[in-house]
Design a binder for this molecule. Structure first.
Ligand SMILES: *Cc1c(COP(=O)(O)O)cnc(C)c1O
Length: 368
């Protein structure tokens, strides 16, 4: 048995090597490294796949979030509601634009932003909510959309971890005003470097987004707004265009791995909790994250000694991070507890049944 990996990008590549290699070679032969034809082609294929009207590719997911905020004309001092338990990118650009991140605790079962806590944090300065569909399952978008409507707030979905997940039949990225995803290599649709995309069904927003991502340029050398330079490389677009053809299958593989984990781990109820499935959303298992009642770090070390990798996403809630403590001294009891309880097990498209069985047997032996 080969070594179990957290993410196995090599096997995924081997399966479609000829197509990927050819796609890369075509870009090199064309020399159209920036804004080559395949960038548009990929954006249009992705829009169709995700049932979204407009997709604007960009350099990475973090840029995508920044461009989304800029397109919504948010101004310094405006408040943006974010979950306390997420990856730093969600919050970083808010701070960078001089906006004020307002942290909200998460639901202990879904790990996603808690709508009842969102309502409590809304005031006259609040302009937007950024739900993060953490680990691959949509936040409670029905309630969040109702709150946003009532208070006239924008919603930017951070679905970097959840491409393909659906909330009551609607694809992630289509529920809020704007959706942003990432093609970081380990994401569910990953390229061979950095990449990202911004999704919207609003034509005006789409053209603003397009313009901001391209130096605020309305036509060449005419700049109508302050923008950024954020492009998806043609090489990355060509790779993604090939991988997109397999995304449904990749999601299927992740789900079947999750199902096998569930079956093997459910007898440990009381010691650990398998991922909760919300009735309103499908799960694409960017991560398979379990909760350990106590001894999480000991389990992590135990697995590591058996050659099994695992990860802690995330060990410290954002408002407790040094750089972000200035925004609030509130406590976020659920996020703080989760950061001590969660552990993500190996999860990727090429995990075998015997890999999963070995991981689960090892967890059993930890508890013997
Ligand atoms: C990966 C990720 C991003 C952005 O990622 P980039 O590395 O900038 O492409 C944003 N939010 C979340 C929750 C992520 O997991």
């Amino acid at each position: 048995m080969s070594k179990i990996q957290m993410v196995d990008l090599k096997s995924q590549y081997q399966d479609i090597k000829p197509e990927i290699d050819q796609a890369i070679q075509n870009v090199i032969d064309s020399s159209a490294f920036i804004n080559g034809g395949v960038v548009k082609e990929f954006a249009s294929n992705l829009a169709a796949w995700n049932q979204t009207k407009y997709v604007v590719p960009c350099a990475n997911g973090t840029d995508g979030l920044q461009i989304a905020m800029m397109a919504l004309n948010l101004n310094p001092g405006d408040e943006v509601i974010v979950p306390a338990f997420t990856y730093i990118a969600t919050v970083e650009i808010i701070a960078l634009l001089g906006l004020t991140p307002v942290f909200v605790d998460v639901d202990p079962k879904t790990f996603n932003i808690d709508p009842s806590d969102v309502e409590k944090k809304i005031n006259a300065k609040t302009r937007a909510i950024v739900p993060v569909h953490l680990y691959g399952q949509c936040a409670e978008m029905g309630l969040l959309s109702a709150i946003a409507k009532k208070h006239e707030l924008f919603i930017i979905e951070d679905f970097a971890q959840a491409i393909g997940s659906e909330y009551k039949g609607t694809r992630a990225g289509n529920i809020g005003d704007i959706g942003v995803t990432s093609f970081f290599p380990s994401k569910n649709l990953g390229c061979f470097g950095d990449g990202g995309a911004i999704f919207t069904n609003d034509e005006d927003l789409a053209s603003k987004i397009q313009m901001i991502a391209n130096h605020g340029q309305s036509k060449k050398y005419y700049h109508d707004s302050i923008g950024v330079n954020s492009r998806l490389d043609t090489l990355q677009a060509a790779i993604l265009n090939e991988k997109l053809k397999h995304l449904d299958e990749y999601i299927k593989n992740r789900r079947s791995a999750a199902k096998q984990y569930d079956e093997l781990l459910k007898n440990l109820t009381g010691k650990l909790e398998i991922p909760y499935r919300s009735a309103n959303t499908t799960h694409v298992f960017h991560q398979y994250t379990i909760k350990i009642t106590s001894g999480r770090d000991r389990l992590k070390n135990f697995l590591s000694e058996k050659g099994i990798p695992s990860m802690i996403y995330y060990p410290l809630p954002i408002p407790k991070q040094k750089a972000y403590q200035k925004y609030t001294s509130d406590s976020f009891p659920v996020s703080e507890k989760l950061s001590n309880q969660v552990i993500s097990l190996p999860m990727h498209t090429h995990l075998t049944s015997s890999d999963i069985a070995f991981v689960c047997e090892s967890i059993y032996s930890f508890y013997k």
